[in-house]
Unconditional design. Structure first.
Length: 639
């Protein structure tokens, strides 16, 4: 049997991962080249390239300047909300990163120290991330749509020496003031960083001076503007780190209120992302890749910042929305203007554009001939959206499936290796390095077409999570214990007889709202604290635009006089102020009772199936059938 190109690359990756990844590692500039790929001495926790040493910032920036590409554009900052653009060459980026790295060092940030970033979509966010990498500090970026309480929990978990932020973010309907959010978070947190560095932007109310005055009156950290912090400071030289040293922590929602700090190493990350740029996206030196996401998410870390820059390509940092800034042609305008070869976004963005421009008339106004492929991830690409995008753009629309934890795609159509036929509804096949299997609840492998838990056989390839920050035990219990020898993805799905993987949804409390990962368990914990709430369930129901939206069902305490309107207003405010606007929690229904098993477990899955109009099997363990019947009336209209 002759193997396709993809099959032979895939086989090589799973049959001899040691050789495969050592070969891939040659594309990276090492200070000390690794002689070994996998360290399995502490299995099931694995390390990649244990004797390698490098600097990620050098690989993303300096090496391209040294190779004579200093005048190439590294980054285009394009703000649809402010109407400004800035082109930054690799040489300029090197200079700005080194200077800001010097500023961080001057504030006492050293190798291994954490720096928390709370930033909008501006070039300075990329510069701050790379500056951390340059001096071996570990960045932890928090998405701007999270509230101070979420910031505080990340400050306490990662214990940063410094915080880097901006005056605020610009949303279409309003400006988000970041400085009061940082002040409140510092008030809530136990850990106290020593400095807050602020990229000042015009048009925001709170200034660095005001925050500094308040901090000095209360013994808080020193507050410095971006320029003040760099005054008289020498640019920092890159620091050599071990391949296994952490590059960043990125917090993501789990099933509880406490977010998980996914740790990414330096070496495995550089190797995997460099490999993915060529082999998945087909992007190389001089190409333009635009990932319309946010640096606060993993997609932003990997394919706005590190991936394109490691490849010597041009990345676009877009501050705006797919629609409303000012219209649904915003993406196509930028593809044309910047000569984008690969665009990457979330299906929800396409659904928003389609809603505003169903026939794709705005696409016709721009020359998008540079575009070779549209990649999407973050949530399932529904076939209807797939067909629409493929029709109006007339380029391959490639669904690929991954997670914050994996850092790059588990399944994709490996465009740089071979363009496999696209099957709508499937993110195609396992990416080389990921040995994907479908397991039943007790860990037995299932056959073609049978749906079960999607698991990846250990070891995971380079670039995936090394552990959870400061918590190896939670890493093992969250991901490696359910099916010994495997990483449990938390997604369910099946593999068809052609080897195509279909991802159907989560098996836990995680939901995806507009491609943003959220925990319904965390929302329940907040809703349950309302004085009138006896018990509650928050489930993710299908939403035609956002993929899913959180819906809360509440049983009131006996004797409660609160109105449905007041309750909804209270709960929406509570979730918004404790998690942030990004939670998008807006649906609240009062119900008589929640369906439960005899052991008291709320039947959330059955509720979700009812709300989505799916067929459901009433579990034999149900405590009281009449509760389900009563719920039909509340849940059914939400179909
Ligand atoms: N800072 C502060 N607030 C933010 C924010 C940020 N960075 N991002 C979103 N928010 C706020 C919004 O202003 C909104 O607040 P509101 O309830 O007061 O209106 C709320 O969070 C929900 O925002 P969003 O989910 O963006 O919904 P929307 O209705 O404003 O926009 C879409 C809908 C589809 C246009 C938008 O969600 C989108 O562009 N999605 C793509 C997401 C994406 O790229 N994900 C990355 C994964 S690949
Ligand atoms: P995040 O960690 O925010 O990237 O979210 C990861 C989760 O999003 C996965 O576990 C899936 O549930 C979902 N997801 C991401 N990409 C896809 C995709 N292409 N198809 C289906 N689900 C996806």
């Amino acid at each position: 049997m002759t193997l396709s190109t993809y099959e032979s690359v895939y086989r090589a990756s799973v049959e001899n991962p040691e050789q495969f990844w050592l070969d891939a590692a040659r594309a990276v500039d090492w200070v000390t080249a690794p002689t070994r790929a996998l360290d399995d001495s502490a299995a099931p926790i694995y390390r990649w390239f244990p004797d390698g040493e490098l600097n990620t910032c050098v690989n993303a920036v300096d090496r391209h300047v040294a190779a004579g590409h200093g005048e190439r554009t590294a980054l285009v900052y394009d703000s649809a909300v402010l109407g400004v653009q800035e082109h930054i060459t690799y040489a300029q980026l090197q200079e700005r990163v080194a200077r800001f790295a010097g500023a961080l060092a001057a504030q006492g940030v050293a190798k291994g120290d954490r720096v928390l970033l709370y930033m909008p979509m501006v070039a300075e966010s990329v510069i701050a991330m790379l500056a951390c990498a340059r001096i071996g500090a570990v960045h932890s970026v928090v998405f701007g749509g999270f509230a101070p309480r979420e910031l505080a929990s990340r400050i306490d978990d990662s214990q940063p020496v410094a915080i880097v932020t901006a005056s605020g973010g610009v949303e279409p309907k309003r400006r988000i003031e970041y400085l009061p959010a940082i002040e409140e978070a510092l008030h809530l947190s136990e850990h106290a960083p020593s400095a807050v560095l602020v990229h000042e932007r015009e048009g925001f109310e709170t200034t660095v001076t005001e925050a500094r005055e308040r901090a000095s009156a209360s013994g808080g950290p020193s507050w410095l503007s971006w320029t003040e912090a760099q005054d008289g400071v020498a640019p920092a030289e890159p620091v050599v780190v071990k391949a296994t040293d952490p590059l960043y922590i990125l917090y993501t929602s789990g099933t509880t209120g406490k977010p998980k700090g996914v740790v990414r190493d330096n070496g495995g990350h550089a190797v995997a992302l460099t490999w993915s740029m060529a082999n998945i996206y087909g992007i190389g030196v001089g190409d333009v890749m635009w990932t319309a996401s946010d640096v606060g998410w993993v997609v932003g870390h990997s394919y706005i910042v590190y991936g394109p820059l490691l490849a010597g390509a041009t990345t676009v940092v877009y501050e705006g929305k797919p629609v409303g800034t000012p219209d649904a042609g915003a993406f196509w305008k930028r593809v044309a203007e910047h000569g984008v070869k690969v665009l990457f976004t979330a299906p929800t963005a396409l659904r928003a554009i389609r809603k505003a421009d169903p026939e794709g008339e705005l696409v016709q106004q721009y020359d998008i001939s540079s575009l070779e492929a549209l990649f999407v991830a973050g949530e399932r690409l529904d076939p209807e959206t797939y067909h629409w995008a493929a029709r109006v753009l007339d380029v391959p629309v490639v669904d690929h499936w991954w997670q914050t934890e994996t850092g790059w795609a588990i399944c994709a159509n490996p465009f740089g290796i071979e363009r496999l036929p696209i099957v709508p509804g499937s993110p195609t096949v396992p990416v080389p390095g990921f040995h994907v299997e479908i397991l039943d609840p007790i860990g037995e492998p299932l056959g073609p077409g049978e749906e079960g838990n999607i698991a990846v056989r250990l070891p995971l390839p380079p670039g995936t999570l090394a552990t959870l920050w400061g918590n190896d035990e939670r890493f093992v219990s969250s991901y490696l214990s359910a099916f010994p020898g495997y990483y449990a993805t938390g997604d369910s799905g099946y593999i068809d007889e052609n080897g195509y993987v279909f991802v159907m949804g989560r098996t836990d409390d995680v939901i995806n709202v507009s491609g943003h990962r959220l925990s319904t368990g965390q929302m329940e914990q907040i809703v349950a604290t309302h004085p009138d709430v006896a018990e509650c369930a928050v489930i993710g129901v299908n939403d035609p635009l956002k993929g899913q939206r959180p819906s809360g069902y509440v049983v009131l305490k006996t004797g409660s006089q609160i109105t449905q309107e007041q309750l909804a207003e209270d709960l929406v405010t509570m979730v918004r102020s404790q998690i942030g606007p990004v939670a998008d929690f807006k649906d609240v229904s009062v119900v008589e009772a929640l369906p439960k098993t005899r052991s008291g477990k709320i039947l959330r899955k059955t509720m979700r199936q009812m709300a989505d109009g799916e067929k459901y099997v009433v579990p034999s363990t149900i405590e009281d059938h009449s509760v389900l019947e009563a719920l039909e009336a509340v849940l059914a209209p939400r179909k």
